[in-house]
Each structure stands twice: as C-alpha cells, then as structure tokens.
Design a protein around this ligand. Structure first.
Ligand code: FES
Length: 134
C-alpha cells in the first residue's frame, strides 16, 4: 500500500521540493485530483512546491522566544542575509522561515538550520553560526 505522505517526502528528498510535474504524475498514479495533492502539501509546513536554499534556517517567532530576544535575532539574520521570511538568498545558500514554536522553549531563543538545533542564542551567536554553514 502506498502512503501519500511518504511518496511526497521521497519526491522532496530527491528534488529538494515537489515539482509540478511530479504532482501531476503522483495525482494520476494515486487516482487523486491535483488540487487534493496541493491541499496536502500546503498543510505540511515542511513540504515545498518551490525550490529552497541548500540550508533552511527556521527562526521561532512564538511567545517564549519572543520574550527572550528572537525579534532582534530575526532582524539581524534578515539584515545579514539580505532576505526576509519565506525568501531564499540569490546564490541559493539559505532560505529563511519564521515559524511557530519549535518545541524548545526551555532553550529559547532558538533556531534550526536544516535538522540541527541552536539554543540559547544571542544575535552575535546566531550570525556566527550562520557564517559557519556552507
Ligand atoms: S517559543 Fe520558541 S521554541 Fe517555543
């Protein structure tokens, strides 16, 4: 039995996002409407229909991180990379996303870069970390 979310995750793993032609193919194979697939993809914040940067920076914008300085971190990262929420740097090195609680409030403010977590950040630490990422 084929499981839709697994199929979508495999496509994203292969291409870095889920291209239109793959959505058309998968919809036909699973006897679904293309719009239904878009509905599923849009429900999951980590599935993309557009190419993203090599590294995806997710910055928490929820309350606890906010009380501990995440606004300044978001602003510093935007200024440092020259992009805003939902954008990708021109060379494709970084995509930036402001997200709801990462479930790491006890070590806030925090960000993730791809699957790595960076905790108890300051503006300076966040920029240092980003500069070390290739
Ligand atoms: S509020 Fe930022 S991790 Fe929970």
């Amino acid at each position: 039995m084929r499981i839709l979310i697994n199929e979508l995750a495999e496509i994203q793993e292969k291409f870095g996002y889920i291209p239109e032609n793959e959505i058309v193919r998968l919809a036909a194979e699973m006897n679904m409407q293309k719009a239904q697939l878009y509905g599923v993809i849009s429900f999951y914040s980590r599935l993309y229909t557009e190419k993203k940067g090599k590294n995806i920076i997710r910055v928490c914008k929820s309350v606890t991180c906010g009380m501990n300085g995440s606004q300044a971190i978001r602003e510093a990262i935007m200024a440092h990379l020259g992009i805003g929420d939902g954008m990708t740097t021109e060379e494709g090195r970084f995509s930036l996303e402001f997200v709801e609680c990462l479930g790491l409030c006890n070590v806030s403010p925090c960000i993730t870069i791809n699957d790595a977590v960076y905790e108890n950040l300051t503006v300076e630490k966040a920029i240092e970390i980003i500069d070390l990422i290739e």
